[in-house]
Write a protein that binds this ligand. Structure first.
Ligand code: PSU
Length: 303
């Protein structure tokens, strides 16, 4: 394992001293946001984790090694490489990327696996993948959901992306035994919007409760992690009524163009960015930073 994991010095220090560490993913950088905003955001998210008293560990596979924490030059190279040249890694292709000595960005599922290997218990992202609309025909369900059921990492997200079928996503999470814990409100947030019209199954406003629940899951022998859903700040949200027609249009275009598999989410995010004239990206940035803050508090409570 020592040969496979490459720790940034500050992350290795923090972990050896039992200090709070927050894992961050890299698919949001390579496939979720355009350059150069993606690079700025990646740096800002790390700064936000630091301000909140924790050490950030952005995770990616670089030339066949699992990097836990990236230096700025590596971050810049990754952010400026076209998404089409970087593998988008989930559970299925993580080991293959290592075997091939290639470079890949980790999705929520792959970041959870790597964070757990590194001994990091909490991870902040924007929105997890979930059950795509029309999944009853396409079977398109993100591997993020199964990962939450098997890997003991607490993931902080602003809900599942509103391009998905949110009621079905909640159903699958329930079937898989994944706790979905809302922070600060009773509703499940819908990524760009605070409201989804769906009740969140659980609510905990105190990071110490979330940390305790993670600990207790392990103590009673339950595998898997937790999904913490943190609503986008009010000032940055795009109301649901505005997002619904935009999402519908992007989905219709994806269907008409036959976009499938790993390309669906990046295509939809890009189209929604164009249709909202950039507002969706501003909202995405605000929610990621907000999740980084909450994750740092949970990491502090876990440390
Ligand atoms: N959060 C964002 N933007 C993103 C993602 C999360 O704000 O692009 C990424 C995560 O890596 C997540 C992936 O795992 O989107 C989901 O992709 P898919 O729907 O193909 O499973």
């Amino acid at each position: 394992m020592k040969d496979l994991l490459v720790f940034a010095p500050e992350v290795a220090n923090a972990l050896s001293q039992g200090k709070p560490v927050v894992a961050l993913e890299s698919t949001i950088i390579t496939h979720g946001m355009p350059y150069p905003q993606n690079l700025e955001v990646a740096r800002q998210v790390e700064a936000t984790v630091r301000e909140a008293g924790a050490t950030p560990a952005t995770i990616a596979i670089i030339a066949g090694k699992i990097h836990i924490g990236l230096d700025d030059a590596t971050l810049e190279t990754l952010a400026s490489t076209p998404g089409s040249e970087v593998m988008k890694l989930s559970r299925a292709d993580l080991a293959a990327c290592l075997a091939l000595g290639r470079t890949g960005a980790t999705t929520v599922a792959a970041t959870m696996i790597c964070a757990n290997l590194a001994g990091i218990g909490v991870f902040a992202t924007g929105g997890i993948g979930g059950v795509h609309r029309g999944a009853e025909l396409s079977f398109d369900i993100s591997a993020d959901l199964h990962e939450l059921a098997r890997t003991p990492v607490t993931v902080v997200a602003a809900g599942a992306k509103a391009i998905l079928d949110l009621p079905k996503t909640l159903e699958v999470l329930e079937t898989l035994g994944v706790p979905v814990i809302a922070v600060g409100q009773d509703q499940l947030p819908a990524f760009w919007s605070r409201e989804s019209g769906l009740a969140a199954p659980l609510r905990m406003d105190d990071p110490a409760q979330i940390a305790a629940a993670a600990r207790l899951r392990k103590q009673i022998g339950l595998e898997g992690g937790q999904l913490v859903v943190n609503p986008i700040p009010e000032a940055a949200e795009i109301p649901r009524s505005v997002m619904i027609p935009v999402v519908e249009q992007a989905l219709a275009e994806a269907a008409a163009q036959g976009i499938a598999a790993k390309s669906v989410t990046p295509f939809l995010l890009q189209r929604i960015f164009e249709l909202t004239e950039g507002r969706s990206l501003d909202a995405n940035i605000a929610l990621v930073l907000n999740n980084a803050r909450v994750a740092a508090r949970i990491a502090a409570a876990m440390a």
